[in-house]
Design a protein around this ligand. Structure first.
Ligand code: ZN
Length: 444
């Protein structure tokens, strides 16, 4: 980016690249011991789904307690990154890093004011729905109060969902589900299968995570994941399948550069696929109760992430508007933001120390600043697609395919328009979407 390039920023950027890696080193080394065995924090989160509430509480405190041991290190690392980023922005003639970073991210279609609108909209129209979801959860669990370690739990005696067995079973069921939605979607997965472009099953020593990787030459993407029979594996597969369909659709475009579509549309492709396919999840379940539970869980997941996205985004605006601040001021700003978006169902008492450092677990703050609200914008787009789908399924899928086949040859507002959406995250717009989701939840 010529406009942002400054000779004197080269050493700062080199220093930043090194510093950013320290986040992974610090957090990756965090371990806890549960029942005599060592786990990474990521691995230990599976105990938060356990039916034994005492075990959940114990593991929650272990995870949070372990994080607290490194608050000093992570605070220092963040100080360093903020300072480097601020200097980089000022060298390039910007008033602050936020304004510089928006340019660097290629955010030409929305401004900081649009982000503020998004924050307000989440507070006004998403939080009430989040409260309702948590109230129902508390009721279902039959608990006198809902604590943070109860959020992933199921009522006692409920068996975890087992939507598939092997990686091959997952694939066959996904193909079946995609085919029912639209034969072309099923064909995309079949083509990937024929090319051996699917590595789905978890095995010892395999790298963690799940992703879709578009291959520029053949136009056939690759899906890599660690399936282990859980519902979250199904949503990962459907999500990555949406990205894959996007790659197939955009492939005929002449220039490879055109295929590098921004997150704000790429994640609409994947998140909308998760929602569209819900009408055909019988492919994974043979009884109505499990099917309903899976759908409820999906909608909970879609809605309850919004407040956290708003908190993380709003906090960063404060950080880079106040690049010189003490740790106390930073904590105060974080807590104030957190409280603004706090639900009124979960009981957080006695957990203030964990809460006031909770920002430190968000990788994006350290590694990819300001790159997070995209998920929220795209999720709104996906909900908008689903709303269209519920009114006229074929038309919605036509719009979806048409927009995705444009790759990145158009601006975001144009891509959204082709998809039958408005690129608008104002409170009025979000209100309509949340009312729609609420209605769908009541119909389940
Ligand atoms: Zn994705």
């Amino acid at each position: 980016n010529i406009e942002l390039f400054r000779e004197e920023n080269i050493p700062l950027q080199a220093e930043m690249a090194v510093a950013q890696q320290q986040f992974g080193q610090i957090t990756g080394a965090m371990m806890v011991t549960v029942n005599g065995e060592e786990y990474t924090l990521q691995q230990a989160t599976k105990f938060l789904e356990n039916a034994d509430r005492n075990l959940r509480e114990e593991v929650y405190h272990k995870i949070q307690g372990r994080r607290l041991q490194d608050t000093g290190k992570l605070n220092e690392l963040y100080d360093k990154l903020i300072d480097l980023r601020n200097r980089e922005a000022q060298n390039a003639g910007f008033e602050n890093y936020r304004d510089y970073r928006f340019k660097e991210l290629g955010r030409f279609d929305y401004t900081k004011e649009d982000c503020y609108q998004f924050h307000e909209a989440v507070k006004l129209h998403v939080l009430p729905l989040v409260n309702e979801i948590y109230r129902k959860k508390k009721e279902k669990l039959g608990l006198p109060d809902l604590r943070p370690w109860d959020m992933e739990a199921e009522p006692e005696g409920t068996k975890p969902l087992r939507p598939f067995t092997t990686g091959d079973d997952l694939l066959q069921k996904s193909i079946d589900c995609f085919e029912k939605l639209r034969p072309f979607f099923g064909q995309c997965l079949q083509k990937m299968q024929a090319l051996n472009h699917l590595d789905l099953e978890s095995r010892k020593g395999k790298a963690p995570g799940g992703y879709n990787c578009p291959l520029a030459e053949s136009g056939a993407p690759f899906i890599f994941m660690n399936a282990a029979g859980q519902m979250s594996d199904v949503t990962t597969m459907l999500h990555e399948g949406g990205h894959a369909v996007h790659s197939f659709l955009a492939h005929p475009l002449a220039l490879t550069g055109f295929k590098e579509y921004p997150m704000e549309i790429a994640e609409v492709a994947s998140m909308a696929m998760e929602l569209f396919t819900m009408d055909h999840w019988e492919s994974f379940f043979d009884n109505a109760a499990d099917l309903q539970r899976a759908k409820e869980h999906q909608l909970e997941r879609v809605i309850t992430i919004f407040p956290w996205i708003a908190v993380i985004d709003k906090f960063q605006h404060w950080i880079y508007e106040h690049p010189v601040h003490t740790h106390e001021e930073r904590t105060a700003a974080w807590v104030a933001t957190l409280l603004e978006f706090q639900d009124d169902v979960i009981n957080y008492s006695g957990l203030e120390n964990y809460r006031s450092n909770a920002w430190q677990r968000q990788l994006h703050l350290f590694e990819v600043p300001f790159y997070y609200i995209e998920y929220g914008i795209a999720q709104l787009g996906a909900i908008g697609m689903w709303m269209q789908y519920k009114k006229n399924a074929e038309q919605a899928l036509d719009n979806y395919c048409e927009a995705l086949s444009l790759g990145a040859t158009k601006t975001l507002p144009e891509l959204y328009k082709t998809a039958g959406l408005e690129f608008d995250f104002s409170p009025e717009k979000i209100k309509v979407l949340m009312e729609f989701v609420k209605g769908e939840m009541e119909k389940l």
